[in-house]
Design a protein around this ligand. Structure first.
Ligand code: APR
Ligand code: PHB
Length: 391
């Protein structure tokens, strides 16, 4: 089958769906091709902390209704080290809140919004490939079942995440990849239990980092630092609750509600950026172009800010014929991306225990945390980065 569209989008994660939705609201046609089924996509559990700018953009894309109804808005976060705790009052320090709403729910809302407006999303495709990038109308080819198909496009948006085909096409042509792998992973769980705190709690502990987060008053999310060779089978529920309890401050540990885990995943921690993010008529957005360690909860926020910039550039091109925002897309996006990469890497490294660190480096981390707990200036800088305001 042969099809024609203005923007061919590869990947129906948050980046691809949001781009297609915003383009539609601006009168621009798109078709999404996606390797997985909708059920598979909605089965993935990922971070759920949204910057104020992300929330506003989702609202403007017409997917803010359930988010506004069901989200939890947090005025602060807590940090714990050596059994002492301090709170960063985000509202007082940087004038805003962080919004807790799961990425799975955002994806669900985007899928319904696309379906309501008749958006074309072709799921369960295989063998996606990109062709004719040097021509005026590049092609996306794919197979579905036995049938081979192609979509002729004005532009291709590579929103196919970290294991897609778009990045490879770009790397072959011109891009340089920057990558750093951290010497620890996360065991991330979602469980049916009351959260231990009202706000997010980030714990630096000798035995390893723990994040206490939540999705609702009865669903908790925890991330526990584990080894790079650990598997989910190494972590029985008894071991998970034992380790969390040991790493929590004692007064919090006594309130720990140990419900059953509905999802258990090992998450490698990696920083990655590909530069530039476009070649001719192919533009990358989201995880296809960059990965942040999840500690800073920046992945989804960055995917949304890429889509904001790319949709603005495409709207300008179709409305006025001007290509300048498309030409500056990569530079503009990368400016924000590198700031978020830096923040996420820094926040990760002061909170985790590096198995290769000597005592000096450990001691240095504690001094850093002490400074954060006492210095208004350091807290303000952290709050601004955390909320995506210093970009
Ligand atoms: N053909 C079609 N679809 C593909 C292909 C392919 N060759 N390769 C990958 N995909 C699809 C994946 O199945 C996935 O649904 O692209 C989609 C990419 O979605 P995400 O991985 O969710 O990436 P993105 O939309 O950029 O969202 C970024 O995800 O990983 C988190 O922290 C990250 O929150 C951030 C968000
Ligand atoms: C999450 O709830 O999944 C989450 C929250 C905050 C983070 C990272 C992950 O910094």
């Amino acid at each position: 089958m042969k099809k024609r569209t203005q923007v061919g989008i590869i990947g129906a994660g948050p980046a691809g769906l949001l781009l297609s939705q915003v383009l539609h609201l601006n009168g621009i046609e798109s078709i999404i091709v996606e390797r997985q089924s909708p059920e598979h996509i909605l089965g993935r559990t990922r971070a759920g902390a949204l910057e104020p700018g992300t929330v506003n953009f989702l609202r403007s894309a017409g997917v803010g209704e359930r988010l506004d109804r069901e989200c939890h808005s947090h005025k602060g976060i807590e940090v714990c080290f050596q059994n002492s705790r301090f709170r960063l009052d985000l509202e007082e320090l940087a004038g805003d809140n962080i919004t807790i709403y799961g990425q799975t729910d955002i994806t669900k809302d985007l899928m319904s919004a696309r379906a309501k407006l008749g958006g074309e999303v072709i799921y369960n495709v295989a063998n996606t490939s990109i062709h004719d990038l040097n021509a005026d109308s590049p092609l996306i080819r794919y197979t579905k079942g036995e049938e081979g198909s192609e979509i002729k496009c004005d532009f291709i948006a590579g929103c196919d995440g970290s294991r897609g085909v778009s990045r490879e096409s770009l790397t072959e042509k011109i891009s340089t990849n920057f990558e750093y792998k951290y010497p620890y992973h996360w065991l991330a769980i979602l469980c049916e239990s009351r959260p231990v705190c009202d706000e997010l709690l980030y714990i630096h502990h000798e035995k390893g980092f723990v994040l206490c987060s939540m999705r609702s008053p009865s669903i908790s999310r925890y991330a526990v630092q584990c080894g790079v060779h650990d598997t989910v089978e190494d972590w029985s529920e008894d071991r998970i609750w034992g380790e969390i309890s040991e790493r929590l401050p004692p007064e919090v540990a006594t309130t720990l509600d140990t419900g059953s885990c509905v999802d258990k995943t090992i998450v490698p921690l990696k920083s990655f950026v590909t530069e530039p993010m476009n070649y001719k008529r192919l533009f990358l957005a989201g995880d296809s172009a960059h990965i942040v360690p999840p500690t800073g909860a920046k992945g989804l926020n960055l995917a949304c800010s890429d889509v904001y910039l790319l949709s603005k550039a495409l709207v300008q091109y179709y409305k006025s014929g001007k290509p300048d925002l498309l030409e500056s897309y990569s530079n503009n996006a990368l400016e924000r991306i590198w700031k978020a990469e830096w923040f996420a890497g820094w926040w990760t490294e002061i909170l985790h225990i590096d198995p290769n660190h000597n005592l000096y480096k450990r001691r240095e981390q504690i001094e850093h945390l002490k400074k954060l707990s006492r210095s208004h200036g350091a807290q303000m800088a952290l709050a601004e980065s955390y909320l995506g305001k210093s970009y």
